[in-house]
Each structure stands twice: as structure tokens, then as C-alpha cells.
Design a protein around this ligand. Sequence first.
Ligand code: FAD
Ligand code: SF4
Length: 467
Amino acid sequence: MTNAEKLKIPRQKMPGQEPKERIKNFKEVPFGYTPQMAMTEAKRCLQCKKALCVGGCPVEVHIPEFVQMIAQGDFIGAAKELKKTNSLPAVCGRVCPQEDQCEKVCVLAKKYQPVAIGNLERFAADYERNQGEVEIPEIAPLTGKKVAIVGAGPAGLTVAGDLVKLGHQVTIFEALHKTGGVLVYGIPEFRLPKAIVQAEVDFLIKLGVEVKTSQVIGKLHTIDELFEQGYHAIFIGTGAGLPNFMNIPGENLNGIYSSNEYLTRSNLMKAYDFPEYDTPIFSGKNVAVLGGGNTAMDSVRTALRLGAENGYIVYRRSKTEMPARIEEIHHAEEEGVEFHFLTTPVKYMGNEYGWVTGMECLRMQLGEPDASGRRRPVPVEGSNFIMEVDTVVVAIGNSSNPLVPQTTTGLEVNKWGNITADPETGQTSRKGVWAGGDIVTGGATVILAAGAGKKAARDIDKYLRSL
Ligand SMILES: Cc1cc2nc3c(=O)[nH]c(=O)nc-3n(C[C@H](O)[C@H](O)[C@H](O)COP(=O)(O)OP(=O)(O)OC[C@H]3O[C@@H](n4cnc5c(N)ncnc54)[C@H](O)[C@@H]3O)c2cc1C
Ligand code: SF4
């Protein structure tokens, strides 16, 4: 096929549930490509000699190679190619911000629509999983070295997978009763089905990884105690799960949640099935979600599925500055979410029973760019108005949980409480201890956490072999 013929093929749209239907359920929104659609989409790729898309991927997935395999109908080959550099392709194909990464720099993006790299990644990984047994790779001879991984998010799971394949004995310690980190407690089922994350964890268990849940490191055992128990190396991947609040009057009223609590109750503790499951969640009629990131979109779309009549996004900047993925904003708009831009709450109001009934808000205008490069929101004097709400979800970002650094001697942290680690190796200030993912960078992305895990695993392996 000539390039001119390729350019005539339109980008294949992924089919999915209609907005009216999907807000009544928690099932995944897009259905995924059929093999025919995937092959057609893959044929659009020009197979550039100097593939810019690869440079746009934080873990440098061999994009033209796996796309070519799909075009030729070798779907299992494509999945294997992906896994050479990305341990979680079914997850990343769904949640990576491709529009800011590989697809943004695809040569087609300038004049045409970029190759749908993310959709193709998802297709190949799903195809392999749905084929039944995923092939177990060869495990290197056992080294007799033990590694403890703290936290079962994308960073920890990646380190576990890479090290077990190299012959080390790996144990994951996870604080929650389920593994997956934000992938299960934060990102809702309608964006990332839990079964996909569970399949990744089951695969690790098959490879020989031991998984211990409900183990809060820093409380149950300290890092020092893990060394005393015979672990030769420890990786800390505890994420950034400490919610930030607005710190404005009335924040303690009932009906005001952190997004962590709201999403964890719904996603991980099946509150949406109350009273079948014994976790309650207040399903308000007028739900305001504060923030403009993926967490805010996930919270407001969850609220609609829990029965809210009105789901509001209240964001202090404008749409252009929203950090959420374009697809998530688009899906939220389609589902009827009302966006209140350039608005910030300054006070909550409540009733005699202590439940929130409204928010006093201020209008904002955009001033000069701040340190993040985005224009700074400045309050408009006297623009106060009241918004009637019965539930508020605060989704304005997370900080690092201080528990592990506070209970570990010699572990350096920066001024935000993130663990200091070498960006190339993940080594911390403490010998034998590595860290990666959100606990080092602050809230970032799945692929960056998994990429940090890969680098750390390589360095831990080198260290263990030198002992
Ligand atoms: C709601 C939401 C939506 C998001 N959407 C996207 C998206 O669409 N795309 C994207 O790329 N990124 C998204 N992100 C960001 C992304 O999920 C994170 O950057 C990523 O999960 C970080 O991985 P991690 O392994 O560092 O930490 P986490 O995923 O946070 O996992 C850390 C794990 O460590 C456990 N832990 C914490 N403390 C301890 C302890 N003391 N002992 C034992 N275990 C402990 C936690 O329970 C958790 O399971 C989203 C984040 C949120 C909150
Ligand atoms: S830049 Fe786009 S067209 Fe070129 S190889 Fe990458 S995906 Fe294919």
C-alpha cells in the first residue's frame, strides 16, 4: 500500500456505550476494536524511518514494529513486542494520555489525525488475554535473593514482574485488601475494568510473586524490620495517596468527601451496591466536584452513575488549563456534566444536622502565568454567589503519604515529602532501598510509575548480583 493510499484511510473510531445508557451502569465505556478495525487502523501507519512517536512514549515502546504486526494480523506478536518495554499494555492502552505523548508527535498529527496508537495497544493486549493462557516466560535460575516491594500499584507491580523473571524471590506488601493501587481504588470500572488489573496480578502470582495484602508497612513492619526478616533489597512504591483539602470554613460537614474516600468507597468497597455490600456512600442529587484533573472527571462521572441529578465540575481556571485527559473531559460532557470554570468555593454552608447544603463561590479571572506555566486564577472582588449542593467531592490533588519515610531512618525526602531517588536507578539515600512512581514524583501517570519500576528493577538486579 502506498503512503497516498494510507492517508486516505480515516482514523478508526472505537465503538462504545451511548451516553444515556452508560450513566446507568459502571461497565466500561469503549468496547475496543474488532480485529478488522485494528488492522485497518494499523495500516494507516507510515512506518517512518525516524519514528517520532517512539520519542513521545515515556518507555519508548517500539511503536512502528507492534503496529506493523497488527497490520499483518500477528496480534500475539504485537502484544509480545509491547511487553518488551511496557509491562502493563492493557492498562496503558486505556488510561495513558496518548494525546500528549506518542500520538501528539506522530507525523500524521500535523495534517491528519494521528495513528490511534493507544487503541491499538489496548487491542493487542486484550487479544492476547482473551486468547486464554498468556505464555509464561522463562524464569532465570533462582538466585536465593529476597526482595520486598512496598505497594502494589503500577510501580511496585512492574518491579515485581521484572525481578521474579530474573530469578529473585519477590514479596509484595500492600496496605489495602486489594492489589493494583490507584488502578483499582481510584480509576473506576467504566474506564479500567478491575478484571484487567487482576489478570496482571494473577500473572505475577503464576510467575512466583508472593502477594501479602492488608499489610501497612510503617505500622505492621518497618523497613528496618523487613531487612531483619532477611530481605536483601526493598522497593518503595507507595504512591501519592494523601488527599489535599481546600482548608475553607465548613469542610468538616457531612457530605464532603475527598476524592480518595469517594472513589475508594465506590470502586473498591462496592458502595454502589449498598446494602448488598455494607459500605455506604451518600448518593447526592446535586454533586459538586472540585478540580480539573482525571480524578475530578472520575469522581463526577461516578456521581452520575450513583444517581446524581446534577454533576458539576467546579474549576478555578478555564477549560484550556484542565489537566484531565481530553477523552475524559469529552466523555463527561457527553454524559451531561455541567462545567463551572473560573469558579472557586470559599465557604461551605450546612443544615442543623451537619450536612452540607451549599457552597459560597467566587468567580475568577486569569492573570499572568504561574510556576506551572498556566495562567494564574485571580479572584474577582464581590463576585460571590451561592451554589446549592448536597455532596461535594474535593479532587484538588494528592500528596505523598509520610508513613514510610517517617518510620525509616536515613531515607531522604524533599520539601513536599516525596522520597528522593535517582531518576535513572531509583536508588534512595538508604543502602538497599529503592523508590519509584508517585512517591518520588508526586501524582503523575501510570506509564511514568511503571517506567520508574523498570529502571529500579534493573538496578536492584545489578545490586543483588553484586552481594
Ligand atoms: C482517580 C485517579 C485517576 C487517574 N487517572 C489516570 C489516568 O487516566 N492516566 C494515568 O496515566 N494516570 C492516572 N492517574 C495517576 C496514576 O494512577 C498514578 O500516577 C499511578 O497509579 C502511580 O502509581 P504508583 O505505583 O506510584 O502508586 P499507586 O498506584 O498509588 O499505588 C501505591 C500503592 O501503595 C500502597 N501503599 C501506600 N502506603 C503503603 C504502606 N505504608 N504499606 C503498604 N502499601 C502501601 C497503596 O495502597 C497503593 O496500593 C490517576 C490517579 C487518580 C487518583
Ligand atoms: S510517527 Fe505515526 S506514522 Fe510514523 S511510525 Fe509512529 S505511529 Fe506510524
